[in-house]
Structures are given as C-alpha cells and as structure tokens.
Design a protein around this ligand. Sequence first.
Ligand SMILES: [Fe+2]
Ligand SMILES: [Fe+2]
Length: 171
Amino acid sequence: MARVGNSIIKGIEVGEVINLLNKAYADEWLAYYQYYIEEKVVKGIMKDAAIAELNQHAADELRHADMVAQRILQLGGTPLLNPKEWFVHTNCGYEEPKNFDVVAILEDAIKGEQCAIKTYSEIVDITRGKDIVTYDIVSQILADEVEHEEDLAALHEDISEFVQDIKAVIR
Ligand SMILES: [Fe+2]
Ligand SMILES: [Fe+2]
C-alpha cells in the first residue's frame, strides 16, 4: 500500500481515483473478452487480417487491465474480485457479437474503442495536475485506445472497399 506515494495526490480523494480505475478495470476485462471471442467467431472475406488485429487488441486490453490493477493496489484499493461486478461497474458495457461477418465485427469493435477513448479522456481530465502517476498510466492507455480505433477503422475501410470492388466485377 502506498504511503508517501499517496500523499502527493492533491485535490482529489484517493477513493475516487480507485473508483474510476475499478470502472476502467471492468471495461478492460470486458473489452478483452469481446476481442477474444470475436477473434474466434469472425467470418468472411479477409478475416485473417481481422483475426491478427483482434488478437493483438485482446493482448493489449489484458495488459491494460494489469496496469490498472497494479495502480489500484498501489493506491491501497482492491481490484474488483468477482466478474459479476464488471457488469455493475463498467462504463462501456458488453454486447455479444450477433453478426459474425468481419465488417460487422469491426464495426462493433470500433464502437468499443470509441467508448474507451471517451472514458480514458475523462479520467485523464479528472487526474491532470492532481494524481500524476495515475494520469501518466491512463494517458498511456488512452494513446493505445486511439491507435486501436485507427487500426480498426483502416482495416474496416480496406475490407469494405475490397467488397465493393468484388461486387463491381461480379455485376
Ligand atoms: Fe484498453
Ligand atoms: Fe482498445
């Protein structure tokens, strides 16, 4: 548990930071699982490119969960212990993939990243100038989420264009 480490936090309650981080922790596990299962069920044209991307993102979200858990512990808190609590505390929720087509899967994933960007940019704003260590960690995660959105959007564009081209040839 942090001692002097917590004394450098100014203008925000440590409990509030722990709360915000536990909500983000719930999001990261749900995002991890979403990528984990999407990578397994995805179908359709160019799915191999999507599988590689989804796999990479799953690994990143799990790494984020770890970064957030470490910070919660450092602050003297406890990361959510029961997966049931993920659904109570999540900001972004969880929606199981309903359409396994690669384009639909990528669209779901992009929505998830957009919610993650919104959530982390709020935590960045709240901790700026108050809790420098948390601020630094959430800023790193935010940069990853921005990259995730960009990678998915680029892939979505490539696959959509490819599908359009094929349709034009077949016509
Ligand atoms: Fe993440
Ligand atoms: Fe992400």
